[in-house]
Design a binder for this molecule. Structure first.
Ligand SMILES: *Cc1c(COP(=O)(O)O)cnc(C)c1O
Length: 415
């Protein structure tokens, strides 16, 4: 019999959408070899690339202690070390109207793994999921591999990137299993108000779907709205929250995240979803036991001023981004970022000569100016750009100056 490798391999290759990593890798190939200026990375959200974004010594000591104790060299239980689960439950409960328990927490290898886990558990033949546009492309890429149909609802730039809830209602049908919200927002830098979060929760309840809340930027807010975890509305509708150490503690390489089930009425348990997560956790990869061993001390002892200092840095960076971008007539920033680490700007293509679209803009910017940013197409919004501002101020200013110079050089305006 003829082999079927081509049939399935090629099919999967086509379905597996590109991720941020893929795209940045191909853009890096465009970088000019003979540019004496340093490459400026405003493309991915890895703050640890800049020395001003270093984690707290408390976290480094905790990992050191865990390593030397020799207590964390073995396998952890599939759901995670009990003390790690209890520590995360305690950390999240302080912002909730009820207590989470150890049983409500599943430790994962970062939030990326949490995404994979919850999408896999919810997928059955014919099911679909509602995802935000613009969004975080891992959701789309993973859905493509597991055969989960994706339907996009809009985030509205003119309304501070709030969810278009009428759109959500129009998209959902009997086979819709869940919707995803990302708050604080990547890529938009938005922070939803309490009222908007409540309306989202009520919509999910009305549609009878699981509400997945990506809270990777937990509490990383620096202007306007306060951060409210979606779990506050767990008694309206069950909430599956995804969290991680990656961004809040500036250590994406440590690979420790979690799924938290805010479900005080026990609905997820009643319908077997909790059990399904538990079973799938048994067969999927683990977070390293070492970091799990350190997490209780990290969560307990991280000083308040560590987070407030990050917030100061991010606020300054966001302000710099804002004031520089409004100087560039070719770019529109609709909404000043209030949280997370990136912002979306609209490209005024009609003012630029010979630039085809956002992809072309980003590739040529890499080639001519050694600056990396992400095309909005990668996140579902053509002819927009995502700029990550988790960088030191000097690099950020220099990067934005180069973007400005690039735009003026390609301008078709009569000056
Ligand atoms: C960075 C990020 C993730 C992935 O987090 P990891 O813990 O590094 O796997 C997931 N969702 C969003 C919105 C992110 O920005």
């Amino acid at each position: 019999m003829e082999n079927k490798f081509g049939k399935w391999g090629l099919k999967n290759q086509k379905e597996a959408k590109f991720t941020i990593r893929d795209l940045l890798e191909t853009m890096k190939k465009e970088l000019k070899k003979d540019d004496e200026r340093p490459v400026i990375h405003l493309g991915n959200g890895d703050p640890s690339a800049y020395s001003c974004f270093r984690t707290t010594p408390v976290a480094e000591e905790a990992v050191n202690g865990a390593l030397r104790s020799a207590k964390f060299n073995g396998y952890a239980p599939a759901a995670g070390l009990p003390e790690a689960r209890r520590a995360v439950a305690g950390f999240l409960s302080k912002d909730l109207p009820y207590e989470l328990s150890e049983e409500d927490i599943f430790i994962t290898a970062g939030a990326a793994h949490a995404i994979e886990l919850i999408l896999t558990v919810l997928t059955r033949p014919g099911t679909n999921i509602l995802l935000p546009r613009p969004g975080y492309p891992s959701y789309e890429a993973h859905s493509a591999y597991i055969g989960l149909e994706v339907r996009h609802f809009d985030l509205l730039p003119e309304k501070g990137w709030e969810v278009d809830l009428d759109g959500v209602e129009a998209l959902a049908d009997d086979n819709t299993v869940a919707m995803v919200v990302i708050n604080p927002g990547n890529p938009s830098g938005s922070v939803f108000s309490l009222e908007h979060l409540q309306r989202i929760a009520e919509t999910a309840k009305r549609l009878g779907i699981v509400l997945i809340s990506d809270e990777v930027y937990y509490d990383l807010v620096f202007g306007g709205n306060k951060f409210v975890p979606m779990g506050v509305f767990g008694s309206v509708t069950p909430v599956v929250s995804l969290g991680t150490m990656s961004k809040r503690w500036l250590v994406p390489g440590w690979r420790l995240g979690w799924i938290a089930l805010s479900d005080p009425n026990g609905i997820l348990r009643k319908y077997g979803i909790t059990e399904c997560i538990k079973k799938y956790r048994n067969i999927s990869a683990d977070s390293t036991t070492l970091i799990q061993g350190a997490i209780p001390e990290i969560l307990e002892k991280t000083p308040k001023d560590f987070i407030s200092n990050i917030m100061v840095l991010l606020r300054e960076a966001a302000d710099t981004c804002y004031s520089k971008i409004i100087e560039i007539p070719f770019l529109d920033l609709h909404h000043k970022p209030q949280g997370a680490m990136s912002t979306m700007v609209k490209l005024n293509l009609q003012m630029l000569e010979g630039i085809e679209d956002d992809m072309d803009f980003c590739y040529r910017l890499a080639k001519e100016e050694s600056v990396l940013i992400l095309p909005g197409s990668a996140l579902g919004l053509k002819n927009w750009l995502r700029i990550s501002f988790a960088a030191d101020l000097a690099s950020l200013e220099e990067g934005l100056e180069r973007i400005k110079a690039f735009c003026f050089r390609h301008s078709n305006m009569i000056t």
